[in-house]
Design a protein around this ligand. Structure first.
Ligand SMILES: C[S@@+](CC[C@H](N)C(=O)[O-])C[C@H]1O[C@@H](n2cnc3c(N)ncnc32)[C@H](O)[C@@H]1O
Length: 272
């Protein structure tokens, strides 16, 4: 079943696009380490968003990269960012859906690597998207799925009300038909799509107060929770006062010495 009524929980506001760009700065080098590519490979990046990781791959590996993104708004910003960085044309971006990849007849079965990151958690029917990705892949090519499993998030020392905020953020996620626990399912999705040589891995998405980027890791979590306020508070999951107290506690956490965030991103790798 192909479901086109997905709601992208984060939306496309300038603040969200800035968060996504920041997330790319925090994570791209870390994710790159789990992606093996050969120079000249043909890569398909599905749900490419602002296209920053697609460009990272193309720049670092001298590969031909095509990014597929369903939102025109996201694509416009993506093209502007590439232009600002003097990298227009480094990646070919196409508007289209992961459920029906915008490929020419002679492009199916040809990609050396098909990759997606932080897409499947937003789809009501992730299996159809993975099946499409497998169809794009050449025999012997690799498919890499990277996504969240929100159960892993921990911070220490404890942040007042944080567990309440986080658990209700997760509830807001599945209320929109998104899956906060997709990470653990990635290998099985590959298996269902007949991928072989299945492997799994983690990318560390944590940090400590001794790293300059620590506040940005906290800000990323803060921003996604604040974005969901209208659902969390609006639907009565938490009262407004408790929500505000939790956010203020998270702000104070940025300056705690010895503080740490523990979080990891799930990686599943298979072959066709
Ligand atoms: C969280 S962003 C991740 C972007 C990028 N992969 C990254 O890691 O920076 C998810 C993106 O998937 C896009 N998306 C959502 N549903 C899609 C679909 N059915 N087909 C293609 N893209 C989709 C959203 O518009 C959004 O830009």
């Amino acid at each position: 079943m192909t479901n086109t009524s997905d709601q992208y929980i984060h939306g496309y506001t300038p603040a969200e696009q800035e968060r996504l760009a920041m997330l790319n700065r925090l994570l791209n080098d870390r994710c790159r380490k789990v992606i093996e590519v050969n120079t000249g490979d043909k890569i398909l990046d599905v749900g490419s968003g602002l296209g920053i990781f697609s460009r990272h791959l193309a720049r670092e590996t001298a590969c031909q990269v095509i990014g597929v993104e369903k939102s025109l708004e996201q694509l416009m910003t993506c093209l502007q960012l590439a232009k600002n960085d003097g990298e227009s044309g480094l990646v070919e971006y196409r508007e289209g859906s992961a459920y029906a990849l915008p490929l020419e007849a002679n492009e199916w079965n040809t990609f050396d690597l098909v990759h997606t990151r932080f897409l499947l958690e937003h789809l009501k029917d992730p299996q159809t998207a993975v099946d499409q990705m497998m169809l794009a892949l050449r025999p012997g090519g690799k498919i890499i799925l990277i996504d969240d499993d929100h159960v892993h998030f921990q911070c220490y020392p404890p942040v007042a009300h944080f567990d309440l905020l986080w658990n209700n953020y997760l509830r807001s996620y599945d209320r929109l038909g998104n899956d906060p626990f997709i990470g653990r399912k990635l290998v099985y999705l590959l298996h269902q799509a007949s991928a072989t040589n299945l492997q799994n891995d983690f990318v560390n998405f944590g940090s400590t107060s001794d790293n300059e980027d620590f506040i940005f890791f906290v800000d990323n979590i803060r921003e996604i929770i604040v974005q969901a306020e209208s659902i969390i508070v609006g639907q009565g999951m938490i009262d407004e006062h408790t929500f505000e107290q939790g956010i203020q506690a998270l702000d104070r956490f940025k300056n705690f010495k010895g503080a740490s965030i523990w979080y990891s991103i799930h990686v599943a790798i298979g072959e066709k």
